[in-house]
Design a binder for this molecule. Structure first.
Ligand code: 13P
Length: 248
């Protein structure tokens, strides 16, 4: 059985004052059936990890560099994130693939660096609106999975997040059938490449306008093991509802 996962991606949001939301979340009743990960901007990783010490919220980051140290002005290594208290890192989010031209190859190198430092990688894949219209969504996803995930994947070091680009921050969500089709495909590809044991143990999250109103339907889709949640993870009240639904 894969444990459900609610991962909040705060993107470039949150000052120290926002730690009060995390305190609320950290005080809430633990949901043993659902792991909770919050991925704040790098500036808050340390302070959020301190707030969440000894409770059921784990901290992640939103990116790391593929090298462990060196002359890379402005970048942060996986080892630094671990040092600050992170246990997860989101890699290959479409916003980074688009804005920084991150290729599958770059994402794969970053995932290797994350694993070497002891982080679990949440690797994002997803099609654009044009690609979905051209009905080659599964080809796109298949290519991203093959190119972005290193060979040494396990159920512990890898989470895959399916995030259709057109659903991110738009309020649009694919039909449950379309979500199911992509999640089944991802599971099949994971099993084919890594074997049934590993393939079945990797969690596959859905992301893109997930909110307290739609999570209950989405979580029932086979092979959906949780969510990667942007806007609705910023407020403890909304995120707690999503966690409760995923844990049900
Ligand atoms: P929203 O939940 O705001 O649509 O963002 C999804 C996302 O990009 C999470 O990584």
């Amino acid at each position: 059985m894969r444990r459900k996962l609610a991962a909040g991606n705060w993107k470039m949001n949150g000052l120290r004052a926002a730690l009060s939301e995390v305190e609320l979340l950290a005080k809430a009743q633990p949901a043993p059936n659902c792991e909770v990960v919050l991925c704040p901007p790098a500036t808050l990783v340390r302070s959020m990890a301190k707030v969440c010490v000894d409770n059921c919220v784990t901290i992640g980051a939103q990116d790391c560099h593929e090298n462990s140290s060196g002359a890379h002005t402005g970048d942060i290594s996986a080892e630094m994130l671990v040092d600050a208290g992170a246990e997860y890192v989101i890699l290959g989010h479409s916003e980074r693939r688009e804005a920084y031209g991150e290729s599958d190859e770059t994402v794969r190198l970053k995932a290797k660096a994350a694993w070497a430092a002891g982080l679990s990688a949440i690797i994002c894949v997803g099609e654009s609106e044009e690609q979905r219209r051209a009905t080659n969504t599964l080809d796109i996803i298949g290519g991203q999975l093959a190119g972005s995930i290193p060979d040494a994947a396990t159920g512990e070091n890898l989470v895959v997040a399916y995030e259709p680009i057109w659903a991110i921050g738009t309020g649009l969500v694919p039909s449950l059938g379309d979500i199911g089709e992509v999640h089944d495909f991802i599971r099949m590809r994971l099993e084919r490449r890594f074997g049934e044991g590993v393939g079945r143990s990797v969690r596959v999250l859905y992301g893109g306008s997930m909110n307290p109103g739609n999570v209950d339907d989405i979580r029932r889709v086979p092979n959906v093991d949780g969510g990667l949640i942007g806007g609705a993870s910023l407020k403890a009240a909304d995120f707690s509802k999503i966690i409760a639904a995923l844990a049900a």
